[in-house]
Write a protein that binds this ligand. Sequence first.
Ligand code: G6P
Length: 606
Amino acid sequence: MCGIVGILGTKPVANDLVDALRRLEYRGYDSAGVATLEHGHLERRRAQGKLRNLEQRLAKEPLQGHTGIGHTRWATHGRPTENNAHPHMSKGVSIVHNGIIENFAELRRTLSAKGHRFETDTDSEVIAHLIADAMHDGHDPVEATKMALGQLKGAFALAILFAGHDDLMIAARQGSPLAIGYGTGEMYLGSDAIALAPFTSDITYLEEGDWAVLTRAGATIYDAAGKKVKRARVRSSAGSMLIDKGNHKHYMAKEIFEQPEVISRTLANYIDFVESRVVLPDLGINPAHISQISISACGTAYYAGLVGRYWIERYARIPVEIDIASEFRYREPPLQKGGLSLFISQSGETADTLATLRYCKSQGQRIASIVNVKTSTIARESDVVLPTLAGPEIGVASTKAFTCQLSVMACLAIGLARARGAISPAEEQELVQALAEIPRHISHLLTNEAQYEALAHDLSKAKDVLYLGRGVSYPLALEGALKLKEISYIHAEGYAAGELKHGPIALIDENVPVIVVAPNDHLFEKTVSNMQEVAARGGKIILVSDTAADAAGCELMAHIAMPKGHAFTNPLTYAVPVQLLAYHTATFMGTDVDQPRNLAKSVTVE
Ligand code: G6P
């Protein structure tokens, strides 16, 4: 994680570095720092906490250099203090790093024995020392960096400056994304193109193992073997970079309210509404021959995958294997020949998901991904990309990306089902029409915020909250609990309603709100029994359902009335109340909704 940026400019760059870092805060916000080169001298400013602390520091102690690097940190090794903040320095070398150096302890021991003094608890500092050490032995910056890179194990994106070299910056990428931006007489570097949006849209994405030497005249790129290579220059679309909160207090609120629009846009990408048919991109594999689908993802994207499993198995009749990516990659499950592996990721950069993709590729699987960032590594390494058209998602807690992932999953399930003859054209029409109604249903749900504000008062007093769901509503119970704990810091657990009596029922008393996600589908009666069991133990139930409140047959703390929809599309609509419950509870409690403590939007480390 962490965000990095670099500028070879024609005027003082500190403010522009901070501006770029602001766009990278989604990658971490434990501390921030910048270093610039002023007449050959390296100067840095760092601050613990959010970027505004660094801004205040720079206002008091400005930097004048025209060449600079910057960093926003998500702490892995070493506490989030100012001392551990990047850029790190050693004898005229300054670096910013995103990733983890796995062999840092060993390198640090060797360098310490040679007399290097380490100032921080980070893994990253060792990189500056390694390069400085090689320069001390007489190597020039490029040669020294090349030698240091060869000794690093782990994941990194790096930007490096050298005292005495005002027109030089070296970049390297292994396992963490990095983009080079071209300006007029200026050059840029960033963890993503969004960071560079105010300066340029003329971008080159470094590939795995690449490293590059940047001067104001351009960039020379080398591959892992040290061979000079050409990488494409692409124009990144300005539209995807427009980011503001509109009239909303938080990005998360804005993103929740954008759902009708972005779901419509995403559905329109896969549906011919005139014919009421799903039109999938060519998967490069005949759906009739798919023996198995394996899905892996992390966090909210994993829950989208869980819903997808119900849909694909139920409608397309294809067995689905699904696991959290961090488990899948080390479990190394046997995968059937002729299988399709599907990866779901908003950012397209999640390290564990990417590692799983590479494992599945090595097993001869066809690789498909559902991603929101089309230029991401996961998208680029996939055989086929099924994009979500959610637009940039800034709030750390995923909302619109989740419902767009569900939208794509739903289309995929229908498309596969039809291609395999598992549903008739009439059934396809019925399912497509149900999907077409979703944006309208969600717009309607978004008109009733007052109910959530009222419930937030009660939920904010709880120490523990339980979410229950059955069948396709089970992943929503998991997602509801995740949303609440991420942004309100209230302990919450999602459970399959049928598992209630195997453990969580022991927690129930009058202080534990139980949120039951239970559309009136073929499983509703079963969930009613679970509600009775909760009510009998004094539990306070919030029922989210399209049934009448009295259908629960017990006293409710609240009933969130849902529109009547098709059983197939319920996960899309029921996602919204669980988002709103978490959002309003967190805002009532005054937490940092868009940047909750300890979390980051894009998890590019294991
Ligand atoms: C982080 C984010 C979550 C996200 C997960 C997976 O934990 O905070 O919102 O669901 O990563 O990220 P991805 O980009 O792969 O969807």
